[in-house]
Design a protein around this ligand. Structure first.
Ligand code: SF4
Length: 289
């Protein structure tokens, strides 16, 4: 068991990663937004100017880029001490809520009571990943998920014989139904295979891959390309004002599944794709961009 001082020091480092997460977009996403601004005209162009300016303003003043600072989702790789890592994350979230500050979003789902610290039962969300990690090293990716995006996401169990065409249709339907609610231009995370909950995990994990990196698997890469062009053909456009860019990218992660199942999850992500990576190597902490 580590000392309270150790915990507090690490928690401050998590809070710093959360400050970067909330105040500075990853370069690939910012470049995607600038590309969208160059492509669009009329009201869509005006709205993109405001978004791009908002991103710059938030970074320069170190303030959150959106009033909804989201639900925090951690993807952690570590070889040991998982319960201590959870303690550090929880303390870090509490500190960041005061210091960044983050909006107090976390409530009891039954009573809707909010304790104001962004902490609760099983929240923040921490996924420990199976990937090997060297002893003494801890690495994590963090996503901030606004309710506008999360509320229009979903998981579906398709007939297995519907195949790639069925996957495309359900994703397009989810994006069409979402319309302007998730603050487009969006990024579409898709999880295919596994089980119901695993596809949802994969759909969210897909959002961690930069927009300039295609899927390694050729079929997944083909699906990503097809989805991006078909989503953009929907014409929803920036903040629903119409135009050529409804999505900046589509990302697909997949797993093998039961022969009689085809789970598909769609994680719709707003323009504010807030992701950051961080790692400890011994006592040395690094925020990776
Ligand atoms: S959907 Fe995204 S950009 Fe829109 S309000 Fe929510 S967090 Fe902010």
């Amino acid at each position: 068991m580590k000392s309270p001082m150790w915990l507090l020091m690490k928690a401050h480092e998590v809070a710093e990663a959360l400050r970067v997460l909330e105040t500075d977009l990853p370069r690939d996403v910012e470049e995607g937004l600038q590309g969208c601004l160059r492509r669009e005209g009329g009201n869509s162009r005006e709205v993109m100017k405001a978004i791009v300016e908002n991103v710059r303003y938030a970074r320069e003043r170190s303030i959150p880029m959106c009033q909804d600072t989201g639900t925090l989702v951690f993807f952690v790789r570590c070889a040991e001490r998982q319960s201590e890592v959870v303690d550090v994350i929880r303390k870090g979230v509490e500190l960041a809520t005061k210091e960044v500050p983050l909006r107090a979003n976390t409530v009891n789902p039954f009573t809707r009571k909010n304790e104001g610290r962004n902490l609760g039962r099983n929240n923040p969300i921490v996924h420990f990943e199976g990937e090997a990690c060297e002893k003494g090293k801890i690495s994590m990716d963090i996503l901030a998920r606004g309710a506008g995006s999360e509320n229009v996401s979903g998981a579906f169990m398709l007939q297995p014989d519907l195949g790639a065409a069925g996957i495309k249709n359900i994703v397009l339907e989810a994006v069409r139904m979402a319309g302007a609610r998730p603050c487009p231009p969006i990024i579409v995370g898709v999880g295919v295979g596994g089980t119901l909950e695993w596809s949802a995990y994969l759909a969210k994990r897909a959002l961690l891959r930069p927009l300039n990196e295609r899927a390694e698997d050729p079929l997944a890469a083909e699906l990503e390309e097809g989805l991006l062009s078909e989503v953009n053909r929907l014409g929803i456009g920036p903040m629903g004002f119409g135009g050529r860019t409804t999505a900046l990218g589509a990302r697909v992660e997949w797993a093998h599944c039961h022969t009689a199942s085809l789970p598909v999850a769609v994680s719709v992500q707003c323009w504010a794709l807030r992701r950051v990576s961080a790692e400890w190597e011994g006592s040395e902490f690094r925020i990776l961009r």
